[in-house]
Ligand binder design. Structure first.
Ligand SMILES: C[C@](O)(CO)[C@H](O)COP(=O)(O)OP(=O)(O)OC[C@H]1O[C@@H](n2ccc(N)nc2=O)[C@H](O)[C@@H]1O
Ligand SMILES: Nc1ncnc2c1ncn2[C@@H]1O[C@H](COP(=O)(O)OP(=O)(O)OP(=O)(O)O)[C@@H](O)[C@H]1O
Length: 290
């Protein structure tokens, strides 16, 4: 039996559009969005232990070990299986995704942990079981376990696979950290966008819809507005999730590279920019059966 699983990707996601269509009685917001997986993200490494201990072996700035979504995901999986007291792991992470970036970094780390340890521990939970566990950790976690680009409804947990453009994205991290709860609770947030159908997105593909969280996020964090304004000269630039990152689509890799060169010329010291390819499947999807 293998005792290690190294180089497990935790990809970033983009919200190609994000509509707020209502609010549940518990305060959570009803959304419609398309999630897009990218070939850029964090990288995790797992080593099985048989003494029941779960340890994060690399520090993550600002995130104490016990509150790390990686550690919480491992504990949740362990507590969901019978006779799991001996199950343990050392988990190392190469953190590349910014926190509060709208790229789903923490959620993706949690999803990768659930998929990798389910395999390493041979706990054999189904994809549906892992998605239900993941929802307890965050609204974006089920999507990463689902494994396909998806049209999502509810709080992000009602998922249908959807075809998205084969393309490249330039992503700018504007150097601010956005607390998701502050955006959703702002009094100026509009919560009544008319529901759309998956076919509306499929017919339009690029440039469909808008990000309803962008008005509030750019008001509270002007550097986001500045990055969108700059990127807009190259196409339909918009924000992902609750921010702070902004993105723009390019058909060809060389076009994305040219924009990255232009970012460097701006001299914007607080911006970090990179390109990523749109991918169709989660790289660990094969670890789960259906
Ligand atoms: C904005 C998105 O990234 C879109 O993909 C997600 O909906 C946010 O997912 P997330 O970062 O995993 O967020 P969570 O940790 O679940 O929620 C953080 C906080 O945002 C608010 N929240 C989040 C999701 C949602 N549908 N409605 C909300 O009102 C809640 O106050 C919640 O306490
Ligand atoms: N492994 C982790 N990686 C990143 N953040 C983590 C992790 N564990 C816990 N957190 C906490 O979760 C918060 C949100 O992090 P995350 O990277 O998911 O934000 P995000 O990119 O804004 O995601 P979203 O698109 O879901 O809004 C962080 O500010 C941090 O306090």
């Amino acid at each position: 039996m293998a005792s290690t699983l190294n180089n497990c990707p935790a990809p970033a996601k983009l919200n190609l559009f994000l509509h707020v269509t209502g609010r549940r009685p518990d305060g959570y917001h009803l959304l419609q969005t398309v999630f897009q997986l990218l070939d850029h993200g964090d990288m995790l490494h797992f080593e099985r232990r048989n003494d029941g201990a779960i340890r994060r072996t690399t520090p993550v700035a600002g995130v104490p070990e016990e509150s790390d979504l990686i550690v919480r995901a491992a504990q949740l999986l362990k507590s969901a299986v019978r006779d799991g007291a001996h199950l343990g792991a050392n988990i190392a992470i190469d953190k590349r995704l910014p926190m509060g970036g709208g790229l789903g970094g923490g959620s993706s780390d949690a999803a990768t942990t659930l998929m990798a340890l389910n395999h390493l521990w041979q706990t054999d939970l189904s994809r549906a079981d892992l998605m239900a566990l993941g929802l307890k950790l965050g609204a974006d976690v089920p999507f990463f376990i689902f494994g396909h680009n998806a049209f999502a409804e509810g709080v992000g947990e009602a998922l249908q696979p959807v075809a998205t453009p084969d393309c490249w994205y330039v992503v700018i991290e504007p150097g601010v950290v956005v607390p998701t709860a502050a955006i959703f609770s702002d009094s100026e947030l509009t919560r009544n966008t008319k529901p759309v159908r998956i076919t509306d997105f499929s017919k339009a593909h690029t440039g469909f819809g808008k990000n309803d969280l962008q008005v509030v996020a750019t008001k509270l964090f002007p550097p986001i507005a500045e990055a969108i304004e700059w990127l807009r000269q190259y196409g339909d630039a918009r924000m992902t999730g609750s921010g702070a990152c902004v993105f723009c689509l390019f058909k060809q890799e060389h076009q994305a590279e040219a924009v990255l060169a232009a970012v460097r010329e701006t001299g914007q010291a607080n911006w970090k920019a990179w390109k990523a390819k749109a991918i169709g499947r989660h790289p660990l999807s094969h670890l789960l059966k259906s």
